[in-house]
Design a protein. Structure first.
Length: 405
């Protein structure tokens, strides 16, 4: 097979391949960019594989960075772009199921491609547009099949994360995992315990947002991978419910994906924070999820107050998006309108400050100031008093006089 034309991203990188070939080496575009080109999907990263060894690559180009020199990867900088160029290689045993014990550089493209995960990712593209297909990846691509290169057990023992990647690619591409690969995932699921939660997180987050996320999650469950994923070990029923939701629509971003998952698992805000910490999420993600779950759990029971809406803050969009994705029967448009109509949306918008209380009312610094500001903040949000400086100062004097009695 030969492409009539190359995408602009490949055209921009052609000088690198041509330089390598002119020096007597082989050079190809490889990996997901080739697969996505053949599927008419956008290209993200352009990866190059070559028979040139790292030192030989560096000798041919003026600007390079050793991004993964021990594994044969050199970043070539060209016209403001960086292209990861990796030497053909073979790998020894994987005693930790994550990294090869030893990497050997070779001159054979076939030796390099046969260590890749799936046939649709083991395609190479020549500078002239010719597709090199040594493992029937084009046929699998045509039939939307996800098949491990060679023996699935060997590929998963090399890197157990590939089992998660299978479920993720199934979700993103809508490809069916072929039976032998499927069986090998189930037989080797326990190897996932050797993989860091950060790496599993990346794949799972992408899975939940794939166009075929429902199928990808069902494949994850079929392979029993959830038994080795924190907090999901005994959550089959909840995950089946989550998969059913994903059949209708998918989360638009990482925050929505994880909040919807936490909501479907029935977690409290505190449980949600603990769950996401174990998954090594950022503090920002944890705060967003905790606030969103607080509102969503309240909506399970009844309508919510202005203060409950206000307390979600800027995370209101995430919370309401998840409400739409979930089985909650609520009018999210009305809730969004109510939020927009709040007198203030943060404490910074309050018409009085601690400085005002000290200067105008001659109050001494201390916790009382914070308590009074919190009280009037609550009253403003609930429309019990206008957000007016004079009115708020008068109300604070009233509150302090009550305390003295």
């Amino acid at each position: 097979m030969k492409l009539a034309s190359l995408p602009a991203e490949f055209e921009a990188a052609l000088p690198i391949l041509q330089t390598l070939e002119a020096a007597g080496y082989e050079a190809y575009f490889v990996g997901g960019s080739v697969r996505d080109t053949l599927l008419n999907k956008p290209i993200h990263d352009v990866d190059i594989a070559t028979s040139a060894f790292p030192a030989e690559v560096k000798a041919l180009f003026k600007k390079t960075v050793d991004t993964g020199i021990e594994h044969g990867t050199v970043m070539i900088l060209d016209h403001g772009q960086g292209y990861e160029t990796t030497t053909f290689r073979t790998e020894s045993d994987y005693t930790d199921y994550r990294r090869p014990d030893e990497v050997t550089f070779v001159r054979s493209l076939e030796e390099d491609l046969k260590r890749r995960d799936f046939t649709v990712n083991a395609l190479a593209l020549k500078p002239d547009g010719t597709v090199v297909d040594l493992f029937d990846g084009l046929q699998d691509l045509e039939h939307h099949i996800l098949r491990a290169v060679g023996k699935p057990e060997e590929r998963f023992h090399e890197d157990a994360l590939r089992m998660m990647r299978a479920a993720r690619f199934a979700a993103q591409l809508g490809f069916e995992i072929e039976p032998e690969t499927q069986a090998a995932i189930k037989d080797n699921a326990q190897l996932l315990a050797h993989i860091s939660v950060e790496r599993v997180n990346v794949e799972f987050t992408k899975l939940m947002q794939g166009p075929a996320a429902n199928y990808g999650l069902l494949e994850l469950l079929r392979g029993r991978l959830n038994l080795y994923m924190y907090g999901l070990e005994a959550a089959d029923i909840d995950l089946l419910g989550y998969a059913d939701l994903l059949k209708q629509a998918q989360p638009a971003n990482d925050q929505q994906a994880w909040v919807l998952l936490a909501f479907e698992l029935g977690l409290t805000p505190d449980d949600t924070a603990s769950f996401l910490r174990q998954w090594k999420h950022s503090r920002e993600m944890i705060n967003t999820a905790s606030r969103s779950i607080t509102l969503l759990n309240a909506l399970r029971l009844d309508d919510v107050s202005n203060w409950q809406l206000y307390s979600v803050g800027s995370d209101i969009q995430t919370a309401l998006a998840v409400a739409d994705l979930s089985e909650l029967v609520v009018d999210t448009d009305r809730l969004a309108q109510r939020y927009d109509a709040l007198p203030i949306h943060s404490k910074k918008e309050l018409a009085v400050t601690g400085a005002d209380l000290m200067q105008t009312l001659q109050m001494q610094p201390g916790p009382q100031i914070g308590q009074l500001l919190s009280q009037v903040e609550h009253e403003v949000v609930e429309n019990q008093i206008a957000n007016d400086k004079t009115a708020l100062l008068y109300r604070i004097v009233e509150l302090t006089n009550k305390e003295k009695k």
